[in-house]
Design a protein around this ligand. Structure first.
Ligand SMILES: [Zn+2]
Length: 253
């Protein structure tokens, strides 16, 4: 069988038996891939560096009956700093879970792959507010999978004035005249709208240069999280854990 050579990021590592692991890899060319690594947990394994969590590596994979097995893994970037800080690690774990849930098998996504690498780099190294890096990643991911919020005007009438609400269920903005009593909406302030538009409409690198004050950051986080919750429809334990570390009380949200 033909070997598959691909660049990928390890999103998840599942231990199997005493010595083996199964990796969930986001492959640049092939989307989500499961691949087993024999003896990965042995200290002598030449595969241990390339199979560590969040590692960006060049993989050579051998197709098997149920999944690939890793023939070799040459690390390009380990993001090892993530393992040295509990908060950085929690941010990275959540976006790895989110990505693994959203990326399809056999569906490579060059753009999302680059954004993910950029995000992991910032989570590992940046002195910036990581909550904003997370917001940018979440919005860009939604955009990559075709679920970005409609932020140009009201989703019902297209109007661009009196935009007072964000409706995750309706997929974007609602103006004052179109909002009905039964709509589940979030009141939207102008600063948050400007910030979300900047992130969504800027090119993928520039979007990360974005900064905001504490109040806008908090509102952005909540708006985008609400959007992700509604459209991804999955509770991530890693997000609950991250929010606990950040001192947010889930019950108050
Ligand atoms: Zn309207």
């Amino acid at each position: 069988m033909e070997l598959l050579k691909t660049e990928g990021v390890v999103l998840k590592r599942t231990k199997v038996g005493d010595n083996d692991v199964i990796l969930t890899i986001f492959s640049r060319e092939k989307g989500l891939i499961q691949a087993s690594v024999r003896g990965a947990r042995s200290l002598k394994s030449r595969m241990s560096a390339g199979s560590a969590l969040f590692t960006y590596a060049e993989f050579v994979l051998k197709p098997g009956r149920t999944m690939y097995s890793v023939s070799s893994a040459e690390p390009k970037e380990s993001f090892y700093q993530l393992a040295t800080n509990i908060e950085r690690l929690a941010f990275a774990t959540y976006i790895a879970d989110l990505t693994a849930f959203c990326v399809r098998e056999e569906g490579g996504d060059e753009r999302l792959f680059s954004i993910l690498l950029n995000t992991l780099y910032l989570f590992a190294n940046s002195a910036r507010d990581l909550r904003l890096v997370k917001c940018v990643y979440e919005l860009k991911l939604l955009d990559c999978i075709g679920l970005a919020p409609e932020l140009s005007g009201c989703v019902r009438c297209g109007d661009v004035s009196e935009i007072d609400y964000l409706s995750p269920a309706e997929g974007g903005l609602l103006c004052r005249s179109c909002k009905r009593a039964e709509d589940m909406v979030r009141p939207l302030d102008e600063q948050s709208l400007i910030a979300m538009r900047y992130i969504l409409y800027s090119d993928d690198k520039r979007a990360f240069a974005f900064s905001a004050g504490e109040q806008v950051t908090k509102m952005l986080e909540d708006h985008i999280e609400a959007f992700v919750r509604t459209h991804i429809d999955r509770d991530f334990y890693s997000l609950t854990y991250l929010n606990t570390i950040l001192g947010k009380d889930e019950k108050l949200r």
